[in-house]
Structure formats: structure tokens, C-alpha cells
Design a protein around this ligand. Sequence first.
Ligand code: C5P
Length: 224
Amino acid sequence: MKNISIAIDGPAAAGKSTIAKRVANALHYTYVDTGAMYRAATWLALQHDVDLTNDEEIVRLLERSGLELRPSESGQRVIVHGEDVSEAIRSERVTNAVSRVATLPNVRRYLGELQRALGQRGGIVMDGRDIGTSVLPHAELKIFMTASVEERAERRYLENKKRGIETSLSDLKREIEKRDKMDMERAISPLTEASDAVRIDTTGRTIDEVASEIERLANEKVSR
Ligand code: C5P
């Protein structure tokens, strides 16, 4: 059977990673969370006190970091210098800084190449902001996933609560809107919908519903 590539893009907290993981499991494909890579770059810069505009130095940190996305029972783990930083890269500090690091041309080039290499053989579900437009422009299936900002903030709020983090709903909404604006307005590979993407609005829909819809679309492509 043909192994296709599936690109899932969209604004922050639209449900991309939860759904991408489900789809990848159902199809026995590899899941790649590219946001985690930009988060790891940001974490490294903060950790080493490197200015968040210092493109070259952040690439040097990445080159020496042995950055690895490792599949595990509990989902994809992010490894840097042999250490599991999967939780650390979700901190508020990293979240508030990541969209600035994601504007840097050399960082984007470096991570984009890693992502392209991972996507080369197909059998992949990759989520991010520029996967269908820039990283895997030939992906057989492209999804642009959206949801109202209210619902996205509410989902993040519940997710944080489960992890024992108290955040106000209005702060979350502000953070999401700010990050979306930066991601849409940056000069290099901004967040935009690919012309051949299928748009899915997940507002008021369950994870199961959306995952099944994408699996159906994928199966159509595979059997074609
Ligand atoms: O997906 P997640 O919310 O973890 O992504 C964190 C940030 O990484 C995004 O807000 C964006 O600035 C950046 N990003 C990107 N390109 C991607 C994936 C993420 O610029 N393909």
C-alpha cells in the first residue's frame, strides 16, 4: 500500500497535535510535531542565555544539541543533549518566546531541512504552521485546521489544569492571539492556508469526529 505524507497546519491550540497523533496511530504512520522543534530551539537559547535574535548562535546550539524526536508509549518525547525536555518546552516562558525564535531565517532553514528529511519516505503525519506550504509542499493530503479563539483558549485552559497549571482564560486567549499574529505576519514561511488544503473547523467537534474525517480523506488518497 502507498505511504502518503499528511501535512496539518493551523493556528495555535486548534487541536492539531492531538488529532495528528490519533491519525498517525490509526494509519501506523510516524508523527512529527514540528512545533516541538521550534520550542526546543527556544528552550536552548533561554537555557544558554543567548539573545533570542541571535540566529547563528541558536543554530550552533541546535547543531550541538543532538535534538531528537523519540516515539514512546506516552507520545513523542523531545530529547536534547540526551535529556527529556518534553515538559520543559511547554513552559510559559518558552511559549511566550517561541514565535520570536521562529522568525529567524537560519533557524527555520535548519529545522526545515530536518523536517524535510523526516518526511522524505512518506508514511508521516507532520503538524506545524508551514508544512503544506513550505516543508512538504508535495504532501498528498494537506489539512488546515482552525477553531474559534474562544474554544482554543478553553481547550488550552483545560489541558493546563490537567497538568496542574492555573492560567486565566483571558491571559491564554491573549497569548494565543499574539502568537497567531506573529506567526501570520513573519516574512519567512508564515502561517497561511495552502491553496490545495482541506479546511477543517474543529469548533464544537470532537477529536474522534475530526480524526475519522482525516483518516477517511487519507484512505481515499492511499487507494487512488
Ligand atoms: O505547535 P506549537 O504551538 O507547539 O508551535 C510553537 C510555535 O512554533 C508556533 O507558535 C510557531 O511560532 C512555531 N512554529 C513554526 N513553524 C512550524 C511549527 C511551529 O513557526 N512548522
